[in-house]
Structures are given as C-alpha cells and as structure tokens.
Design a binder for this molecule. Structure first.
Ligand code: APR
Ligand code: PHB
Length: 394
C-alpha cells in the first residue's frame, strides 16, 4: 500500500474535478485527482456546448478562456420555433446585456487536461475501486488501486466530483441525505454530423415531439430528437433520424439543414435530480455527483462550474485566511443556484416536449405559456435572466 498525503483529494476527472484541481493548484493548494477512466475515454464523451456568461468568465479568470474566445461563438440567445405559431428568441443579449457562448464541453475538457498536464498535476487515471473513509472526521482518506498497485490518500478534504454514478454521494449517510427526482418519459437521441450547422441554437416544438439544432464548429453540427425511453439506437437509422428531425422543424428551417452520415449517435434519458446537502463532514460534492438536469437549457456544465467556483473559494478562504465561513455555507449557496437551474430546465422541458400521458388541458397550458412569451416583455425578460443563470454570490 502506497500511503500519500495531500490537502484535497478530488474524486473524478471530468470538468468539475479538473477545474477544481486547476484553481486549487494555482492557489497553492495541493491536490490529487482520481479518475476511474482513461484520459482518452473522458475526452471522447460528447456533451452540450453552451456556456452561461458567468461560466465563460470563470474560464477566462482562471486562464483557460483563450481557445474558447478564439474558437467558440458568442450567441445573443437561443431560438424556439413552434408548429403553427410564430418563432421566439430567448434574447439574453437584449434583456440582460450578456451573450451566451457556444463552445463544446469536449473542447473544455481538452483545454483542462492540457493545462493540468502542463502544470504537472497529480492525476491518477484508471483508478479503480475508489473507497471513501472517515469523512465525519478531520482525517478522511480514500483508497483505490491502479493496475496492481494499492494506494491510500489521506487529506484534509475530499471533493466528490465523480458524476451521477460515482461513490461520493453514497458516502453521505442516508439518514442525512435527501434526494429529489423527476424522471421524464422520454430521452434525447443525438447525432453529430460533419456539416455546417444552422446559424442559431434552435429548439423546435412539434406535437410529435421536440427536435433541436446545436453546433460545435463551422463544420460540425449536433442535432437531437425526442424519443421514447424504450427506444435504442438500433431503432434509429440515420435516414429515420433525418426524416424525423426535418419533419419536426418548420419548412423554412428544414430546407436549410444539411444532412449527412452521423459520426456519433446516442440516446440520453432525461432526469432532474438533486441530492441535499452537498457537503457532509470533510466531503464536498460538486457537479453531476450532486445534481442532474435534463439537457433542455444546457445547464449541466454551468452548474458544475458554479459549484467549483464556490468550493474553490471556500477552500482558499480556509487555507489562506483560516476562515471556514464559505465551507460551512457551501451547500446552501451552491444549492440556491442549482435549484434555479433545476427550475429553468424543468420548465423548458415541460414547455418543449410532448408528454405521452398529457391531455388537452396540458396542451392548452403549454400553448398559453408560449403565447405569454410571445406577447409579454416581462416574461421575455424573466426567461432571459433565468437562461443566463443566477450571478455567483459574494
Ligand atoms: N472513481 C473515480 N472517478 C469516477 C468514479 C469513481 N468511482 N466514478 C465516476 N468517476 C469519474 C467519471 O469517469 C467522470 O470522468 O468522474 C467523472 C465525472 O465527470 P462528469 O460525469 O462529466 O461530471 P462533472 O465533472 O460533474 O461534469 C458535469 O459534465 O457530465 C457532464 O452532463 C454533465 O455537463 C455536465 C457536466
Ligand atoms: C448541445 O450543444 O449539444 C446542446 C445545446 C443546448 C441544449 C442541449 C444540448 O439545450
């Protein structure tokens, strides 16, 4: 058994864990990252690509905004098109003065890995059998194996950044943990295609189900269609995907969509989930380890960044000023932003999808929600502010 000591052990080398590691390192706080998968596996994951202004600014503030500003695309907002109704634009630029940033999570993770490697970070990839010990003491530890070697890391704190399926959340006793969940009766089938995208990010409401146009770069488009949870990708040839997508977009847009062979195809189930509290003893959860949002609104990565912002500030205050104020407030502060994003993504999901069990009343309410957006500037402004996310709290 190799016995190692550090200040913060970070479980999970996704965007949350790597960003936390980067910020702590630059603040002189020693940390070790444990990632179950290989770096190649982490970098092959395809996730949403829309950053809120605060998330984009965080990347700049920590010295990781260069590629995003060079290759990402500033967007004044997101479009909604609706069968038999006028289009609507969630105009964040107009109402909040702030644009969104289109930059893929895969690129961000690449930038993070590159920076961590350049700085000589301690990252154990393919770390298996991670177990968390003694988080209710001031001497917590984590054990794991890598290949045939066994390790024990003792640290002051453990950051659980290990996503929805990781062990960190489960380490909080069930007597303390409260979980809130909504599972939706559909998924998103997404494909990547090497064709120029539409100009905007567009959600299309259609009575048969939602469709969406997203983008990664001038030659890479990402499209989605709502599918029943029971479907698998084997049910969806490229031809069936394109037929469905084009049918759900209005003619003036579907005529502009450039189709082609998919280079990736996957189905993601939709879920809203929050686990409270986000800290227990010396363990602090961040990102998908503590909460999941449905992809409508693309809040997942943005929430991971706000958690990391709060947690890194709290740890810096602890080490540099001897104050635990922000550590004690971490869960409460992070959760305020989490619930705001849960609310927005749930509301947008309800607005834009066909629910198999809905009745005519539900449809009328949905149409009324949309008509309010079309006609009321108060609703337009409110949605724009929700869409950019709450500002980080002092
Ligand atoms: N031991 C070590 N690492 C683990 C373990 C484990 N037992 N279980 C999971 N992990 C790793 C995963 O392999 C993954 O790389 O934790 C990482 C968690 O990364 P993400 O799932 O990407 O979550 P997070 O960093 O919180 O990022 C949130 O990314 O996943 C998307 O939709 C999500 O956009 C959101 C954002
Ligand atoms: C994406 O970029 O893939 C994306 C964008 C917005 C969403 C979901 C996904 O709401």
């Amino acid at each position: 058994m190799h016995n190692i000591k550090t200040q913060v052990t970070i479980i999970g080398g996704g965007p949350a864990g790597l960003t936390l590691s980067h910020i702590l390192d630059h603040a002189g706080i020693e940390n070790i990252v444990l990632e179950r998968q290989s770096k190649e596996h982490v970098l092959s994951r395809i996730r949403a690509g829309v950053l809120e202004p605060a998330a984009a600014q965080l990347l700049r503030d920590i010295g990781l905004g260069e590629r995003m500003d060079a290759n990402g695309k500033s967007k004044d907002g997101t479009k909604i098109v609706w069968q038999d109704r006028p289009d609507f634009f969630i105009d964040t630029k107009k109402w909040t003065g702030q644009p969104m940033m289109a930059y893929g999570q895969t690129n961000i993770t690449e930038d993070l890995y590159e920076a961590r490697e350049r700085d000589g970070a301690q990252i154990y990839t393919e770390a298996k059998g991670v177990q968390i010990h003694d988080i209710d003491t001031s001497d917590p530890s984590v054990t794991f194996t890598q290949g045939t070697e066994q390790y024990k890391i003792s640290s002051d704190y453990i950051a659980g950044c290990d996503g929805f399926h990781g062990p960190s959340r489960q380490a909080i006793p069930t007597s303390v943990r409260k979980e809130y969940e909504r599972v939706y009766p559909f998924g998103w089938l997404g494909i990547m295609v090497e064709k120029p995208p539409l100009e905007d990010f567009i959600y299309a409401y259609h009575k048969d189900g939602m469709a969406m146009a997203a983008q990664r770069n001038p030659m890479l488009s990402r499209y989605y269609v709502q599918v029943p949870t029971s479907d698998s990708i084997d049910d969806w040839s490229d031809q069936r995907f394109w037929d469905t997508l084009l049918h759900r977009f209005p003619e003036e847009l579907s005529s502009k969509i450039q189709t082609g062979p998919s280079i990736e195809k996957s189905i993601a189930p939709l879920r809203s989930f929050v686990s409270e509290p986000m800290s227990f003893g010396t363990l602090f959860l961040a990102g998908d380890a503590a909460h999941i949002v449905p992809p409508t609104g693309a809040k997942g990565l943005n929430l991971a960044f706000s958690d990391v912002y709060y947690l890194s500030r709290a740890l810096q205050h602890h080490y540099s000023e001897g104050s635990d104020h922000y550590l004690e407030k971490y869960s409460e502060m992070a959760l305020r932003r989490v619930w705001a994003a849960e609310n927005t993504s749930w509301w947008l999901t309800k607005l834009l999808h066909y629910f198999p069990d809905e009745d005519k009343f539900d449809q009328k309410i949905r149409e009324n929600d949309y008509d309010l957006l079309l006609t009321s500037e108060d609703h337009q402004r409110a949605l724009a502010y929700e869409y950019i996310g709450l500002p980080f709290e002092d």
